[in-house]
Design a protein around this ligand. Structure first.
Ligand code: KIV
Ligand code: ZN
Length: 384
């Protein structure tokens, strides 16, 4: 598969790594609705499920393959023939199918998960990729727990699976263990020590156990990874996965650090898709979540509100409209200043002179102390 080295491939796993979170399960029609939204959002790959895991997951991969046309549909397997055959069967209607197979790469997993040896695991990895390659052209290999794997062994594994036909090599930090410079160095090491590395795309798949999933993914991109695996709202196992919207906005805000790097993501759709995923999966978004949290664009302290109203870029590095919000939220609280109150009154059509504003502000403070949320109706009562 020829890939564009200037394109950052966005691999969305909301419907696989995200959906496996307890309580987040979706019906097939719900998955189709989200998959269509992801296609419109501009992701390159949708991981649709793990077909061998249940008849429902198998059927979802079949239906998503039929429903989505312009995106690669990917199915997860373990490194065995049965899983891979079932995934290929589930993907039979996909216009662009991908099998995502893999096995543990850390000594921890080799010993305590597989009770095996490095040599045997290497053979199983190669055999799985060869088998998947006999069924579909596009094969991604994941080296599970690569975050804690021995680097020379990881490099050996990556080289062997690329020689066996892997088009993408996924280096998961399965346990969210790495620091950004450690994860970035791993990618750099693979770039420098795997002979055939240019024949495949390196993919970053990070978990958020230490709150570093996005930072680690970005470190990987800086070292040459060209696919990032992520989810809407960062949902996923335990503390979650890399958040898609954070990666996309980092690339936008810091475009100068990623010269020439493109993605197809339309960030203006973030708010809508975030809310849909949150409500369908019954998984609230934390209010202070970057980009899509309720407070991500809300300025509440008087000093910030005043500075923002003088020039929004005093306190704003992203335009709310760039993520699909109407305008920045100047929230009225007991810590808001006159400037913020004036802004809201003018929005409602009331322009007060200095004296009237001062007396309204005094009454506003009494109300704001007593009542946490000041809404438009409260303001109307105050001015009337
Ligand atoms: O975190 C992980 O290692 C995974 C693999 C199955 C890709 O989700
Ligand atoms: Zn994962």
């Amino acid at each position: 598969m020829l890939h564009d080295p200037n394109h950052l491939y966005i691999f969305d796993t909301t419907l696989r790594d995200g959906e496996q979170v307890p309580g987040c399960q979706l019906t097939t029609p719900e998955k189709i609705e989200i998959a269509r939204d992801l296609e419109t959002l501009g992701v390159d790959i949708i991981e649709a499920g793990f077909p061998v895991s249940s008849p429902g997951d198998f059927q979802s991969v079949v239906e998503l393959s039929k429903a989505v046309d312009n995106v690669i549909i990917c199915a997860l397997t373990r490194a065995n023939e049965n899983d891979i055959n079932i995934a290929a069967e589930a993907l039979k209607y996909a216009k662009r199918p991908r099998i995502h197979t893999g096995i543990g790469s850390s000594d921890m997993h080799i010993k305590y998960k597989f009770n095996s040896t490095r040599e045997e695991i290497l053979d199983r990895a190669v055999a799985a990729v060869k088998h998947a390659k006999s069924l579909v052209e596009d094969v991604e290999f994941f080296a599970e727990d690569a975050g804690r794997a021995d680097l020379p062994y990881l490099a050996q594994m990556v080289e062997a699976v690329i020689a066996a036909g892997a088009t993408v090599v996924n280096i998961p930090d399965t346990n969210g263990y790495c620091l950004p410079d450690q994860y970035g160095s791993k990618i750099q090491y693979l770039k420098e020590n795997v002979k055939n590395i240019d024949q495949a795309i390196i993919s970053a798949h990070c978990h958020n156990d230490l709150g570093l999933a996005t930072a680690n993914s970005i470190a990987a991109v800086q070292q040459g990874a060209r696919q990032v695996e992520c989810t809407i709202n960062g949902i996923g196992e335990r503390a979650g996965n890399t958040s898609l919207e954070e990666v996309a906005m980092i690339l936008k805000v810091h475009a100068a650090h990623f010269p020439g790097l493109t993605s197809n993501i339309n960030s203006r759709l973030f708010t809508a898709i975030s809310q849909k995923v949150s409500s369908m999966m019954r998984m609230p978004v934390q209010p202070n979540k970057a980009i899509v949290g309720k407070n991500a664009f809300a300025h509440s302290s008087g000093i910030h509100q005043d500075g923002f109203l003088k020039h929004r870029e005093n306190y704003e590095i992203i335009r709310p409209e760039d993520v699909g919000l109407d305008e920045a939220g100047i929230i009225l609280t007991a810590r808001s200043g006159r400037h913020a109150l004036k802004h809201h009154l003018e929005r409602l059509g009331y322009t007060l002179d200095k004296e009237a504003l001062a007396s309204t502000y005094e009454r506003f403070l009494v109300l704001a102390d007593a009542k946490k949320d000041i809404v438009d109706e409260d303001l109307l009562t105050l001015v009337k």
